[in-house]
Design a protein around this ligand. Structure first.
Ligand code: NAG
Ligand code: NAG
Ligand code: NAG
Ligand code: NAG
Length: 353
């Protein structure tokens, strides 16, 4: 193995030098614009890019006649931006590879990483006028995982786009996530099933869960507003019940992160919001076991295989895998430790305060 590598290396080096030159000259001869102006390339990808370009840098022009679906302003307004956040901007090698998959799969896409500091500035800038209570709560919230959950909803609510955790890779062009029959419909959010479970019966809690490691929302999303309000109300309620202010919250006070700010909370809030829109109960029966994306009200629900193939045992009859989740959640350790402390406390004799 080792000696093979050695003999191959000079050839590899030569190829490494020759191939880029060959490609350069090929492309340059073919179409000088391709290399000189990255913008022309956008015209060959989805129309969605052209109409959502916020700066107007790419002038609207008729598309070349390829067989790609044509999106108009009326419909399917999935924005051309993917959002991530991290404590600092020094990502690990793995994380850089994972988030790099988004621009590889969606070359037209813009991408933004918010750090703890820029996220704080972002939340302040977008919400200080309309919702100072959210800014106050976000800044006071002492638990990183809760802030991280709330932040993703706030970012997409403020600007629209795709949320992607740092350990999620995109496997298929976002412009193709929406099936053709829904491309002329109003889509406020796209969510995917993490747990795909049958209805438990009247009055029982929702069995299924949408994941929040990836979701799509449009700017000022009706559903995300409901999610944010539900998260804010829940946090205030927990603080109140524990006689503390928001800054006094600890992980031990929470039943489960998932239920307070996480995916379960998001799922329940979205179903409530759909219930308001449709004036009926929306529950597992609307989407359990779906084989293809289903539009319920204004939320496009993706089958289990789309965003959470691993959790759903890789069903082969539910279309393509759209994203992969590589599980690198650092908060899970923190949460598990808190649960352990809580258990120990409950088992210990009650101590007078
Ligand atoms: C990133 O930087 C912070 C502080 O500057 C440091 O504490 C942390 O260990 C760094 N992380 C990595 C993965 O290098
Ligand atoms: C969307 O297109 C289908 C046919 O492709 C049509 O039947 C339907 O009425 C359209 N819906 C809207 C809201 O334009
Ligand atoms: C909060 O305060 C009230 C009254 O002051 C008390 O009855 C209650 O037990 C306190 N709750 C907790 C969790 O400390
Ligand atoms: C909502 O549904 C109830 C019955 O389920 C009906 O009485 C009510 O008028 C409906 N409201 C609207 C706004 O359609």
């Amino acid at each position: 193995m080792r000696s093979n590598l050695k003999t191959v290396r000079p050839l590899g080096l030569a190829l490494a030098l020759i191939i880029p030159f060959a490609i350069f000259f090929y492309l340059y001869a073919e179409d000088p614009q391709t290399l000189l102006s990255p913008k022309t390339e956008l015209l060959h990808s989805e129309a969605i890019v052209i109409q959502t370009s916020p700066t107007g840098a790419v002038p609207p022009q008729p598309l070349p006649d390829n067989n790609k679906p044509l999106f108009t302003e009326e419909i399917y307004r999935v924005p051309d931006k993917v959002w991530h956040s991290a404590k600092f901007d020094n990502l690990t090698e793995n994380q850089r590879g994972w988030i790099g998959s988004w621009t590889k799969t969606n070359p037209y896409c813009r991408q933004e990483l918010l750090t703890d500091r820029s996220a704080q500035a972002f939340v302040r800038a977008y919400f200080h006028e309309t919702r100072p209570d959210i800014v106050e709560l976000y800044e006071a919230l002492p638990i990183a995982i809760l802030r991280a959950d709330l932040l993703r909803y706030l970012i997409v609510l403020a600007e629209g786009g795709v949320w992607g955790d740092l350990d999620v890779t995109c496997e298929k062009d976002v412009a193709e996530w929406v099936p053709p029959e829904y491309r002329n419909r109003t889509i406020d959010m796209i969510v995917g099933l993490e747990f795909d479970m049958p209805w438990r019966g009247p009055g029982k809690p929702i069995a299924s869960q949408f994941c929040n490691w990836v979701f799509v929302g449009r700017k000022s999303s009706r559903n995300l507003q409901v999610v944010v309000d539900a998260v804010v109300a829940k946090l205030k309620q927990i603080a109140h019940e524990n006689n503390v202010t928001i800054s006094g919250l600890t992980l031990e006070m929470l039943s489960d992160v998932v239920d307070v700010t996480g995916p379960k909370m998001m799922t329940i809030a979205i179903l409530d919001s759909l219930g308001q829109l449709l004036n009926r109960t929306v529950d597992d029966r609307d989407f359990a076991g779906i084989k293809q994306p289903k539009l319920v009200g204004d939320v496009l629900i993706m089958p289990g295989n789309s965003f959470a193939a691993n959790q759903n045992n890789h069903p082969t009859d539910q279309g393509d895998i759209l994203v992969n989740h590589h599980y690198e959640g650092s908060w899970k350790k923190e949460d598990a430790e808190a649960k352990e402390r809580k258990k120990q406390k409950q088992h210990a004799a009650p101590t007078p305060k």
